[in-house]
Write a protein that binds this ligand. Structure first.
Ligand code: CDP
Length: 516
């Protein structure tokens, strides 16, 4: 397709009708730089279907500039921008004038008011109404373009959080994909406003990313972050501080201590230019909890997702099954609590990966990978799993495996009891009919006799009931878990849903994954 520059709304609508494709939309205010080009490249890479195309808009939105801000002098150079956008893979750029986006003028269109607790943090505290302007224009642009995917950068983190919340609250069915801040070789974050800096200002401005990097390194070594020291260091370099704070990355509320994902963020004035930068702080690598009832397809997708992320894969159900197999092999009655305690207290469960996908499980060095899937173990496991002692023993082992994070664990109680502070919590489920038919195929593949799918469905329902009704750590959706109902979804679709949720909770900068 010939790259195309579109100006008017009518021309745009005509083009949209003709191409008959889903649009991946990258909104910009122009002044393009390698950071924008990265987003465009990522947009192009996220094309799943042949009939998706990448559209970049260039519109300097007056609503997001304050009275004394740089609206008039904001860099505008359409030819240069077009060249950069097309060389990064854009299929078309749209460069509307104001009246194309707000045909009736500003006062005849709805305006969005961003909730105060999100707006009046970080940049919004000083830039009154700024994010209202951003949110309003984004809604106008998507109303005109009707994209399938919206691409945003993590550089403007507060903006990203606000737009995600806006789409969620208004149930706007457009997928948001966000990508990390791009920096030049000196570590300076690309920004259109960098063009205002003189050479000497640029040298001073470099102390901002340097301070962020140093603070992050010190934090990783277990040291406390001293905001006052960072501030005075920046001031020594002639930067005027607007704010420097540690905030929760999602609520944007100020934090004394780092819990979950936090943001060390700063805005400074360098000469007349306003610069922002941030870095993410985390005490450990991310943890993903996947819970759900039997046969929801947890193992298949969790394994594959762990591989794509380079995370440890932990199948906690296999641990309960291994213990059950062991108890059964010693002919101990499931109700004999003392007998169970005695044989389990010195038992050791371990995992070995024979390759990235194939994981084998051992109890006391016996490989029980195949045996634990037998219908006999399946029928006993829930009654063993509800024992206090068994749960304590396995939960402690699971927490130890995940102590440094970088783990995706699947089970029944991961988001509620094992890793209640997991960064991503998913409840994966499907109707019992669908789950029974998946289990039927699975058992046949493993060579087990399986005569009646209705009996299988009943067995699954009974096990769900027993798992949900036990007193300790029952199967239930954690309050902060996101549910995926997988009926009718193929594995790749579930993986895509997982990827989107993961990316909405874990910035690309925290866990870069070229294959996501
Ligand atoms: O493979 P399937 O989905 O049927 O189950 P599984 O994940 O292998 O787990 C087998 C059984 O272990 C469940 O039915 C639960 O009784 C128990 N379990 C548990 O209690 N807590 C977990 N975190 C994981 C499994």
């Amino acid at each position: 397709m010939e790259p195309k520059i579109i100006q008017t709304n009518a021309e745009l609508q005509d083009w949209i009708r003709k191409i008959n494709s889903a649009i991946i939309f990258v909104p910009t205010m122009g002044g393009l730089h390698p950071g924008h080009q990265y987003l465009i490249r990522k947009a192009k890479k996220s094309k799943r279907k042949k009939s998706q195309i990448v559209l970049v808009s260039i519109f300097v939105n007056p609503l997001q500039f304050g009275k004394d801000e740089d609206f008039k002098k904001y860099p505008r150079n359409i030819e240069r921008d077009a060249e950069l956008a097309f060389s990064a893979g854009a299929d078309a750029i749209w460069t509307p004038v104001y009246s194309e986006v707000f045909p009736g003028g500003e006062d005849s269109h709805f305006k969005i008011q961003v909730p105060k607790n999100l707006h009046n943090q970080l940049c919004g505290e000083q830039r009154q109404g700024h994010f209202d302007g951003v949110a309003t224009v984004i809604l106008r642009l998507i109303k005109i373009i009707k994209p399938e995917i919206l691409i945003l950068g993590e550089k403007d983190w507060q903006q990203l959080i606000i737009i995600r919340r806006l789409f969620q609250e208004l149930s706007i069915p457009i997928k948001i994909k966000s990508f990390s801040t791009q920096r030049d070789e000196s570590g300076f974050a690309y920004s259109s406003r960098n063009a205002y800096l003189s050479n000497s200002e640029r040298l001073n401005a470099l102390s901002l990313p340097n301070a962020m990097k140093e603070a992050k390194n010190e934090f990783a070594q277990g040291k406390l972050i001293n905001l006052k020291k960072i501030a005075s260091n920046l001031e020594r370099n002639n930067l005027k501080i607007e704010y420097i704070k540690i905030v929760d990355a999602f609520s944007l509320k100020e934090r004394e201590n780092v819990n979950g994902i936090c943001l060390l963020a700063a805005a400074v004035k360098c000469g007349s230019s306003r610069l922002i930068d941030h870095t993410f702080l985390m005490k450990r690598k991310p943890i993903i909890a996947i819970d759900g009832p039997a046969g929801a397809g947890k193992s298949t997708v969790t394994k594959e997702f762990a591989k794509r992320l380079g995370f440890i894969y932990l199948d906690t159900g296999a641990m309960y099954r291994a213990v059950t197999w062991f108890i059964q092999s010693k002919s101990i009655d499931p109700s004999d609590l003392i007998g169970i305690k005695n044989i389990l207290k010195d038992s050791k469960i371990s995992f070995k990966n024979s390759n990235l996908v194939e994981q084998r499980i051992f109890i006391n060095n016996i490989d029980v990978t195949e045996e634990i899937r037998s219908p006999k173990v399946t029928s006993l496991v829930s009654s063993i799993a509800k024992q206090h002692f068994v749960r304590d023993l396995l939960t402690t082992q699971q927490q130890l495996i995940g102590i440094d994070g970088g783990i995706i664990a699947e089970g029944r109680d991961i988001g509620t009891a094992v890793f209640p502070d997991a960064d991503v919590k998913i409840f994966l489920t499907a109707s019992s009919k669908e789950r029974a038919s998946r289990r039927f195929i699975d058992l046949q593949k493993r060579g087990y006799e399986c005569s009646n799918i209705n009996d299988l469905e009943k067995e699954i329902e009974n096990r769900d009931k027993e798992d949900s009704q036990r007193t300790i750590a029952p199967l239930k959706k954690a309050k902060d878990a996101i549910e995926i109902l997988t009926d009718g979804m193929i594995i790749e679709e579930v993986l895509e849903a997982l990827t989107d949720i993961f990316r909405s909770k874990i910035p690309e900068e925290v866990w870069p994954t070229p294959n996501l």
